[in-house]
Design a binder for this molecule. Structure first.
Ligand code: RFL
Ligand code: PHB
Length: 391
């Protein structure tokens, strides 16, 4: 098999890249190790930045998002039993975010790719990327019980944090910057209307809690738990009791309970691999960097990467110049590090560190109080949350 751009992974990064390249007249093949149902059901992100919404719309993948996505003009911060709303449009000159689940973004992009795009192979597991330093890189993969080879002009690793593409960058040129946190998130999906019409990020001495949603009838909620906690160690009643405690306020706000339909624990990690390019291999999305979910940035960063890469490949096709491919890594990393900085700040402001001191707890409250009382501090949060410009 031969193609111009071999894409490993059919998460949001790989699927959107294939779509953008198709629109530019560049052919690609997408290899995905899992089956279609798995990719379409995997619960993850929920928040799309304004820039992400614009990109999906321009790529022709915005129809259902525009119908079913929920525009959110703010978030609520909860601490010391108080509530403080951060008003995005008022602080950013009109920007907002959209609640539309990653599962739905993937379903929309998969349907488009299968209808109009190049090959998208499910249950096709990439085993290795070879020859990235030469002119003819290849992806070795296993599909339908056979080992096969995909010959490419360029290979893009969109295969997430646990993928194989990154391994093709020699250790001598790789630099990794990382931090793990001594806690994770227990995430649940519940068949109940969200108890608030915007997201609520709560800092409590017992731990962080987040109230989010998937639709007007489905809530998505998270609790800070010790790293490596077992989701089955928590009964539904224990989860609701704990959410209630951490979200409690002094006014008459109440949490509505409902049947929990899914439960899982996510570890929290910050990770950046530099550079994001080696020869004819490019890394995009979680394959190159991870942020803790507190800033809702992971999916949006993946979108920024592939927009930058599609532009660079198109420029190369139209002008023969490698200029934008050469600056791909540096161009992405600038935005990546801003998201790393923001996600780290949100995480350390809102999660009591089980190994921390009471002094640090007071600092967290002071940081929250600063956002609640200073327009400049609130503007900094609102600008970062609604998104930094792409490239
Ligand atoms: P993905 O989505 O992990 O997709 C990678 C794909 O590659 C496949 N793959 C392979 N395919 C072929 N051969 C191999 N050897 C392969 N190895 C792996 C995998 O099966 C998979 O289909 O990476 P991508 O496309 O870079 O997208 C990144 C996002 O998924 C991720 O950043 C976000 O989900 C992070 N995230 C959030 N991001 C946001 O922007 N807003 C949010 O609100 C938000 N909330 C979250 C999140 C992530 C979470 N978890 C579970 C980590 C909430 C949570 C709980
Ligand atoms: C989600 O709805 O899954 C979600 C929302 C905001 C975050 C993280 C996850 O910061």
């Amino acid at each position: 098999m031969r193609t111009t751009v071999g894409i490993i992974g059919a998460g949001p990064a790989g699927l959107l890249l294939a779509r953008l390249l198709r629109d530019a007249g560049i052919d690609s093949v997408v290899l995905e190790s899992r089956d279609r149902a798995y990719v379409e059901q995997r619960q993850r992100a929920g928040i799309l930045e304004q820039g992400t919404v614009d990109v999906l719309r321009a790529a022709g993948a915005g129809e259902r998002m525009d119908r079913e996505g929920l525009r959110h003009d703010g978030i609520e911060l909860r601490f010391a039993r108080r509530r403080h709303r951060v008003d995005f449009p008022a602080l950013t000159g009109g920007r907002s975010v959209t609640v539309y689940a990653q599962t739905e973004v993937c379903k929309d992009l998969i349907a488009l790719q299968l209808k109009e795009g190049g090959p998208l192979l499910f249950e096709a597991e990439a085993l290795a990327v070879e020859g990235a330093e030469g002119d003819r890189p290849v992806v070795r993969f296993r599909h339908e019980g056979r080992e096969q080879v995909l010959e490419c002009d360029y290979v893009v690793g969109c295969d997430g944090f646990w993928g194989v593409a990154r391994q093709a960058v020699p250790a001598a040129v790789s630099r990794v910057f990382e931090r793990t946190y001594p806690f994770g998130w227990l995430g649940v999906l519940a068949d109940v209307a969200p108890s608030h019409d915007e997201l609520v990020y709560a800092r409590h001495d017992r731990g962080f809690a987040l109230l989010s949603m998937r639709s007007p009838a489905v809530s998505r909620l998270y609790l800070q738990v010790p790293a490596g906690a077992d989701p089955d160690g928590w009964s539904d009643d224990e989860i609701w009791d704990e959410l209630e405690r951490r979200l409690e306020t002094d006014d008459d706000w109440r949490l509505t309970r409902g049947p929990i339909t899914q439960k899982s624990v996510t570890p929290m990690r910050s990770y950046v691999h530099e550079p994001m390019r080696h020869g004819r291999l490019f890394l995009a999305g979680d394959a190159a960097h991870i942020v803790p979910p507190t800033g809702a940035k992971g999916l949006n960063l993946a979108v920024g990467d592939v927009v930058t890469l599609a532009r660079a490949l198109t420029h190369r096709r139209e002008t023969g110049s490698d200029e934008l491919l050469d600056s791909y890594s540096a161009d992405c990393l600038r935005r990546v590090w801003q998201a790393e900085r923001f996600s780290y700040d949100m995480t350390t402001m809102l999660h009591p560190d089980p190994e921390g001191t009471p002094f640090e707890g007071r600092l967290q409250l002071a940081r929250l109080d600063r956002i609640a009382s200073s327009r400049a501090a609130a503007t900094d949060l609102a600008e970062a949350y609604t998104g930094f410009p792409i490239g």
